[in-house]
Design a protein around this ligand. Structure first.
Ligand code: SF4
Ligand code: SF4
Length: 213
C-alpha cells in the first residue's frame, strides 16, 4: 500500500503539471465516466481502498463486510457502487479511489511508434477554447508540445509502475465489488494485530497452574 500510495502521489504531481499546461479540464460535476463503469482492480487497489475506509472509521466498511451495504445510486445503472448521481462530486470514496479512477481525463497513451499521444474525453468541454481544438482529434506528441509545451502522463507507464509492486497480481483483477469485501476483512484482521493488548488478569493463587508441577 505504501508503494501504491507513492504511485498515486506521482499521478497527482504529473497531472498537475499537465493541467497547468493544457486548457482541458473536466466540467464541474460531470462524472459521466463513472455512470456505467465499475473498475476491475488489483488486490493492492482494493487493500488501499479498504484501509482508507477502515482508517477513516467509515461505517460502510462494516456494512460491505456484512453484505448490507446499499449503494447510493438512484439511477438504476449497474456501474460502480460508490457513484452517487446526486452528490455534486459523485465519487463517495474519492481519497481511496482506484487506479483507473485517478487516470481518467488527464492521461494519454502511446501510439504504435511508442510516442505519447492524447485524445480528449468526449465529455470534456471544448467550447470557448482557442486554436480550433477538436474533441474527436488524436493529438500527437509533436502537436501537444507545439500547442501546450507539455504531454500528459501516460496511462500504461503509470499502470506498469503499479503492477511492478506485485507482478503476480496482473492476472487476478476483480470487479471492485468482489475484491473489496475480502480486502476489508484482510485489513481488519491486520489492524486487530496492531491493537494494544489488554492487560492479562493476575492468576488466582488458589488455582493450580498445570504448567508447573
Ligand atoms: S470509485 Fe469513484 S471514481 Fe472510481 S468508478 Fe467508483 S465512483 Fe467513479
Ligand atoms: S473524464 Fe470526461 S466524463 Fe469523466 S469527468 Fe472528465 S469530462 Fe466528464
Amino acid at each position: 500500500m505504501g508503494g501504491l500510495d507513492s504511485v498515486y502521489a506521482e499521478i497527482d504531481r504529473a497531472q498537475a503539471r499537465w493541467k497547468e499546461s493544457s486548457p482541458f479540464h473536466c466540467a464541474d460535476g460531470c462524472g459521466s465516466c463513472c455512470v456505467g463503469f465499475e473498475p476491475d482492480v488489483l488486490e493492492s487497489e482494493a487493500l488501499y481502498l479498504a484501509f482508507w475506509l477502515l482508517s477513516t472509521g467509515d461505517p460502510r466498511a462494516a456494512s460491505i463486510l456484512e453484505g448490507s451495504f446499499v449503494p447510493p445510486r438512484s439511477d438504476h445503472e449497474s456501474g460502480c457502487p460508490f457513484f452517487d448521481p446526486v452528490n455534486p462530486y459523485h465519487c463517495t470514496v474519492y481519497e481511496g479511489r482506484c487506479l483507473i479512477c485517478r487516470l481518467f481525463a488527464y492521461t494519454g497513451d502511446r501510439g504504435k511508434d511508442g510516442r505519447p499521444r492524447w485524445k480528449p474525453c468526449k465529455f470534456l468541454p471544448l467550447e470557448g477554447l482557442d486554436g480550433g481544438l477538436d474533441r474527436r482529434a488524436q493529438y500527437g506528441e509533436e502537436e501537444l508540445l507545439a500547442r501546450f509545451g507539455a504531454v500528459p502522463p501516460i496511462m500504461s507507464d503509470i499502470t506498469a509502475g503499479a503492477l511492478a509492486l506485485d507482478p503476480d497480481s496482473a492476472h487476478s483483477r476483480l470487479p471492485l465489488r468482489e475484491a473489496l469485501p475480502r480486502a476489508i476483512a484482510r485489513i481488519r484482521m491486520i489492524l486487530s494485530f496492531t491493537e494494544a493488548p489488554t492487560e492479562p488478569e493476575s492468576p488466582d493463587p488458589e488455582v493450580p497452574n498445570p504448567l508447573v508441577s
